[in-house]
Design a protein around this ligand. Sequence first.
Ligand SMILES: [Zn+2]
Length: 339
Amino acid sequence: MSRRDLSRHRIITAQDVEDAARAGVVELLLQPGAMLTPEAAEAVARHGLRLCGREGGDGWEALLNSAEAQPFKEEICAVGRKLWQRMYVDGNGGNISYRLRDDAVLCTPTLCSKADLTPADLCLVDLDGKQLAGGRARTSEILLHLEIYKAVPEARAVVHCHPPHATAYAITGRVPPTCIIPEYEVFIGKVALSPYETPGTKKFAETVLPFVKTHNTVLLANHGIVCWADTVTHAEWYAEVVDTYCWTLMLAQQLGAPLSHIPADKAGDLLAIKQKLGLPDARLEGDSCPVCDMPERPGAITTIPSSGVASGRSSAVTDELIAAVTEAVLRELEKKRRG
Ligand SMILES: [Zn+2]
């Protein structure tokens, strides 16, 4: 097996990789902390080259560019495109990560539209947020993801985005009611709402800590949502489920009729399915839900935003009142005219 020693280079360029590939090299030896340019990383993947660290080196760049990481990097990029196509991220907003190893997390870079992500753009960080490898700077929101990984051992992937309907709830300080649509009950159930903090800070990252063990989806006040799952694809599914649910509730409210709920005994069936799937739910931990008597966290807000239609009912009452008052005034005027 032929190997090329590039351990004198701090930065590995596409030219270095192409030269090695032309010479029939299959493995590149890198110094610890060596950086590959995005084009070099792309060339490594294209030629199927292996990267390895020098004896005693950390080999993080090698791990980032390894065959082991490649499928997860591709999955992150595919999910990034889905988020952008569904309008869940805007500008450079949103971020995605995957826990590749206990001590190494793949994540998206800062200042990059999720529509344009390529595997070569991704970074590798440790559990404290220190960048281990990657040519671009990591997302500033990685601390939020890392708090979730540290608190929830089952979490392998985290997606943060700004889907408009779920974010509408988050900016009104409300969470959607439960026991209305089965799919939402099984995959998400009751979402939590974490208090506002400045994005990118450790304090912001810690706002989700009281909720993430019993919720796979949290609304972030005045900001957006965060979802965790076993895979990046599944975390994105949860973003779709919660946003569609919030959207459907808003549409239903415009019909003006009260929402009908899934009966308590049937809601229990859904919780049982959820438990079988190993999905978290605060109601499985013993709190109760006011609608179906399922446990729910005390103080939870289970209202939906009031809209023009809800006040439509009260405007009918107002119309009646105005008509009655007008009639009384006209009667008095008539009396005066006659008298
Ligand atoms: Zn955000």
